[in-house]
Structures are given as C-alpha cells and as structure tokens.
Unconditional design. Sequence first.
Length: 514
Amino acid sequence: MRAGSGRDIDIWNSPWLPNPITFKVGSPSKILPKNATVDQLINHLTATWDHNLIDNIFWEDEAAMIKAISLANCLDAENSWMWHYSRDESFTVRSAYHAILGSNLCKVNTIRRDSSGGGSNMLWNKIWSMDVLNKFKHHLWRLATNSLPTLDNLHRPQVRVDKMCPVCNGRNEDQIHLLFSCTVATSVWALCFLTRRIQSVVQVYMKSNSIRDFAWTKYFGHGRSRKVTSMVETDDIDNQLMVDDLSSLFLGPSFARGAHGELHRGTYKDDSVAVKISRILDDYHNNLDSADKIQKQFDREFTFLSRLHHPNVLKFVAAYKQPPTFMIITEYVSGGSLRSYLNKIERNRELLPLIKVIAMALDIARGMGYIHSQGIVHRDLKPDNILISNDFHLKVADFGLACEESQCRRLTDIAGTYRWMAPEMVKGKKSNNRKIDVYSFGLILWELVAGTVPFEDMTPEQVAFAVVNKNLRPHVPERCHPTMRALIEQCWCSKPEKRLEFWQIVETLEHLEA
C-alpha cells in the first residue's frame, strides 16, 4: 500500500501490512490504544515515518515492513491499497482476480487459441485435471495468462513501484520469476508436490506460445517428491515416512539470511514457526564441497533436533528434503538471538545485574547439560546460536555442526567460530569432546558479565593464534562475583579434562542464585 493521511487505517485490526500470512499487525499493543490509527505513526512535520516510535512499538520484522511502506507526497491524500479486499477486509483469490480484471493497473494477456482448439483451452484442461487444491490451479492459470498482480505488471505509469522481487531480491518480479527463479517461490512449489505434474502443463504453455527452447527441467527436480515430516520413523533420512497435510504450511517474510540459506516466519498447523531454507544454487553444482556441506548440515540438524526435547533447546516441528532444497521447521522464538540482545545492551553501555546473568546462564547450562546427556556435542555454541523466547527463556539452536560424541574424535575439521572456539579445536586435534562446548560457554558467561564481545579489538585469526600460542583469555572485570569468576576460569581452562561438566555448572549457578 501507499499511506496517505493514515487516519482511516486501524493499526491493530486493518489488514494493511505487506505480510503474506495475515496482512495484520501481530505485535502487542503496549503503547498505543486499541483504536489507534496509522496517522499516529507519522511525523507530520517531516512527512516521514516516526522511526523511533515504530521501533519501540513493533517487532523488528514488522517495524521494517512499516518503514518500507511509501508515504504520499501529500499527507492528506487517500490511502492506496495494493490488494483489493473483500467487504470483511480479508484477502481472497476472487477479490484480487476481479481487481486485476476491472482495473487499469494490469492488462490481462490471454493465450491465443489456435485452429485446432489448443492454446488456452488445452492449457486450462491440463491445469484443471491436476489432482491438487483449486487454489493451486487458479494460481497456475493466472501465472500462465500473466494476470497476477506481480510488481512487473503493476509497474505502469499509474502505479510506480520498485519491480525487484521483495522476497529474494534476485530479479524483477514477473510470472517467470515467481515460477522458476525465486528461491523462496520454488521451495513452495516443491512443497506443493507439483514438481513432476507441472512440467506437462508447462509444455502445453510452451507449445501454445511457440517457446520450445526454455530449460524447464533446470528448475524442477525429477523422481518422487518428498513431503514434510513431523515424525522420525527411521534413521535413514531419505526413507522418512512423510505427512500429507501441506496446506497447513504457509511461508512468511524472511527475517535472517546466511551463507547458504535464509530464515522465514511462517505458520504450520496454526502454530507460529520458523522455516530455515537452504538451497544448492546452480553455481554449487560445480563446487561439490559446497553442495556436500549444505546437505551434511541439514542431515545433522535434522537428526539431532528431532531427538531433543527440552525447554532450553529449540523445538523441532518438521523437516523437508528434496535436493536442491532443504528445510528445517522449528518453533518461532520471538525474542531474537542472544547476540542481538547483547549488542543492544553493549550499545547502551549497560551492565546486566548478577541475578539476570545467573538466570540466563542457567538456561544455557541446563539446555547444554541435556544435549550432552544425549551424547551430542554442539561444536558451535555462541550467542548467535542461542535464542530468547517471549517470556525471556534461552534456547540452544543451530545444530548444523553438531556431532555424536563418539564420532567427534574422528573429525579433524575446524568447526565453529574462533572467538568462542576451544584451543584443541583450533589445533584440529582428534581428541576433542564435549568439553569444547564448556569452553565456549565460559566465553559466553564472560560476555554476560563484562558487557562486551570477547577479544573485540582482535580479528578472529588473531584470537585463534593468541588462544593457542599464548593461552590468552579476556580480562575478568574486578567487580565480578568471586564464585562467578572461578566458574568462568574453570570453564575456559586450557586443559579439557579440568573443565567442569554442565551438571556441575548448573549446581554452582543454582547455589549462587540461592
């Protein structure tokens, strides 16, 4: 949408956010009243959004959506809605379809009928014969006839918009991009079991448009589709029994990106979830090491997360595997990462009170104690991989580098992040075991106390060299409680056998808390 005055848009009840899940605000109304309108979020002196107010009220991803909405040049102008809503303000396929047909925003390009009765009739028959939900058929038909309100179609003199795909930022959003190029969209198509059946439909579309040289098979896999699973039926991931209810999974906006994938908010069976999507790009097919790394990380995370059930460990919900696409679906933890939380504390030069440090450390230690009791070593414990729940409980996440302790001794790869990595890991010793996680915990505990990133004035490589060759550790502040100081030093001891077990750490912290 484009906001004008904003006076007729209810912040909490109107479907005004570009959010494909609900189109409505999900953040709690803590500051503004229940009947507040969008004009209260606008600085009318500068004709811009009030960024500070928005950041204080809304969740981070929703605040970003709001600030990305364009404002009219004249704040007395009417609000322009990108989607056409039904009378009860809910989006429907029919309302959008009629909005396109009845407006000047888009011209519907229909496929020519040929003399043999092919063209649109043949395409429609092919689509409608597919054994899928009607909404998929409607979507395919509108893709084929270019009648979707894509950004490319909306880019007309009457409506000036940025045509770049807002989800993947890969290229202009047109129907071909939605069907084949967008990494998020193609993941959705794969989940809809259309990978094989859609090819026959596309071939009809190609013939009716005299397009025969397009490499469709480049985008759609062959063989039997794998579905979403929420149960562990066997140790072989490739032979999992899958559930069929994919209509319960909806992908929302991306809120984080990594080297090999991205995280999306979503809903699964009416529960809020996080969906981690990893995809082997075309470039990776020429780099077998990268492709193998993505697959191994998925296998590890699936295997270990699905086994773990503890309040201080991220909850596994479901998984999906069909190369080149891999998905891990977990509970959505709304508080963000411990890294983000500590960054905010450090920017404000605040210090955490001892009682809060103990509570946070206990959550991590209990989660890690449980993980170790299951014979699993995390190998990448750091604030980035610890999440904070809505009620401020910490959960250990990201098991992409984890291993069975019995197998860790066979691994010689350097896994993890240098700032939090145990010296024996940096050296690549085969003798590394669960005590490497205890070392990492010691660095996290130090950061909770000190209020700054460990070795912040050094590069990761300098840290690795100094820790191994000079036995360097960060300076523990003088104000640190003696018991906490001793605990930190026992955790990061250079000799692994002298480091505490997590059950001992929990006992020490509980005694200090009392």
